[in-house]
Write a protein that binds this ligand. Structure first.
Ligand code: ATP
Ligand code: MG
Ligand code: MG
Length: 404
């Protein structure tokens, strides 16, 4: 059989393995972790550091193509692999997405508008920040995700303190950061697309995203108001232009802000399948993970049309720490003991599964921690109204209310 390879062993790698296997491929995961959730479903696991020469050699020789499930894999590993096999996306694309400074400069050069920002590398740079950028968000340029490595700063004084904290967290060496103006969001959307090595592009319908505490909470397709068809079209065009300019191969996701004044700004991009594209597993002709496998194998791109209204709810570890449910509270009122508020309680999966149109995806992670992505549920129905009703029911069960 033919082999496809993936760097990284988290849930994105795991869902990629499952999609590739369904197409008949065998999958090899390179993951430094001994017993990761992707390596458990992979056909082969190479347990080594991403830059381990022998591991890269083995992976590159075994696989007809290799991809990455996260953008922070060292670009050098992808470069090394490119000498041995097909790599999608290429090291250059990944390198652009893994550094906010490079990424923003690339957007600007490509004519894609972004929030006003300045690069901050030193304490002097902080002092020179213009007042109009406040309130702003200070973000480390590399390795941040789920809102980690970010600080909302209302003033120069707060920016100073935040930069100092980031410097201490980095062991005393000031990390490269950007300060962005905080924009007035009317909505957030993402554009997911796949681009083949022949340059053909398949774009998914625009998804509306709601973040809570910097972490994606809810994705809705079709995107509701205020995402007009014109804004959706413009976002798709910009994402397509970005992919072409990178000569991108594989699945790409571009996050956008829609401002209250109607402007559309690019936030960041992910050179891989994305959390906001998980709805494609249950409501699109072809999922984003299968799409990635197709690009890698040189197969035709799949159908990106959405088949039915869908709402994706992320299931975080927080769901294990819910307030005691009503039954427990009444037990306590009747003189019974209250459950330990620090104890973990497994969400009521049977109740979730009892909702028609609720498609549960759990990643098989052993340890539920607050803020950790444990799974997601795609809720589908034939009408938008029905999907909302069901999502409200499911949201209450997984501690991810539809309206935050
Ligand atoms: P991801 O997990 O998507 O990679 P991240 O840690 O890279 O997240 P961002 O996408 O930069 O973080 O920001 C997370 C969220 O914070 C955004 O989706 C948005 O809700 C909010 N946010 C970020 N930058 C701004 C801004 N300049 N103005 C207003 N809100 C912002
Ligand atoms: Mg990010
Ligand atoms: Mg983001």
């Amino acid at each position: 059989g033919s082999w496809l390879g993936v760097l990284g062993g988290g849930q994105l790698g795991r869902m990629f393995c499952q999609a590739a296997q369904r197409l008949g491929y065998r999958v090899c995961v390179l993951d430094p972790e001994l017993d990761g959730i992707a390596s458990r479903v992979a056909d082969r696991h190479i347990c080594a550091a991403y830059l381990d020469e022998a591991a890269l050699q083995e992976l590159g020789e075994l696989c007809q193509a290799v991809t990455t499930e996260f953008e922070n894999v060292p670009a050098a590993a992808l470069e090394r692999l490119a000498a041995l096999t097909r790599v999608a996306p290429a090291a250059r694309s990944v390198a652009t997405a893994q550094d906010r400074v490079v990424e923003k400069a690339f957007f600007v050069e490509a004519g894609v508008p972004v929030a006003d920002y300045r690069v901050v590398m030193t304490h002097e740079d902080v002092e020179g920040l213009p007042g109009h950028l406040f309130p702003g968000i200070l973000k480390v340029a590399r390795l941040g995700y789920d809102g980690k490595g970010q600080a909302r700063v209302a003033s120069l004084q707060e920016a100073r303190a935040a930069f100092q904290r980031f410097t201490e967290a980095a062991g005393g060496r000031p990390p490269v950061c950007v300060l962005e103006e905080q924009v007035d969001l009317a909505a957030e959307v993402s554009v997911l697309l796949a681009r083949g090595s022949d340059g053909k592009v398949a774009v998914y319908p625009v998804a509306a995203n709601e973040h809570r505490n910097g972490i994606l909470a809810v994705t809705t397709v079709p995107a509701p108001e205020p995402v007009t068809p014109a804004l959706a079209r413009r976002a798709s065009e910009l994402a397509t232009a970005i992919a072409s300019r990178l000569d991108y191969h594989g699945v790409l996701c571009v996050e956008f802000f829609i401002l209250k004044d109607g402007r559309l700004l690019a936030n960041e991009m992910a050179p891989r399948p994305h959390n906001s594209g998980h709805w494609t597993l249950d409501a699109a002709g072809c999922s984003q993970f299968e799409q990635q496998a197709r690009v890698m194998a040189g197969l035709p791109l799949g159908d990106t049309r959405h088949t039915r209204p869908v709402i994706m709810l992320n299931i975080l570890g927080d769901a294990w720490y819910r307030r005691p449910p009503q039954a427990h509270r009444s037990a306590a009122a009747a003189g019974g003991a209250m459950p330990d508020p620090s104890a973990k309680i497994e969400p009521d999966w049977p109740a979730v599964l009892a909702v028609p149109g609720a498609h549960l995806h759990l990643y098989g992670k052993d340890d539920a921690r607050r803020g950790r992505k444990m799974g997601h549920v795609n809720i589908t129905a034939t009408t938008v109204a029905a999907v909302h009703g069901k999502a409200e029911t499911v949201g209450a069960l997984v501690a991810q209310p539809l309206k935050g």
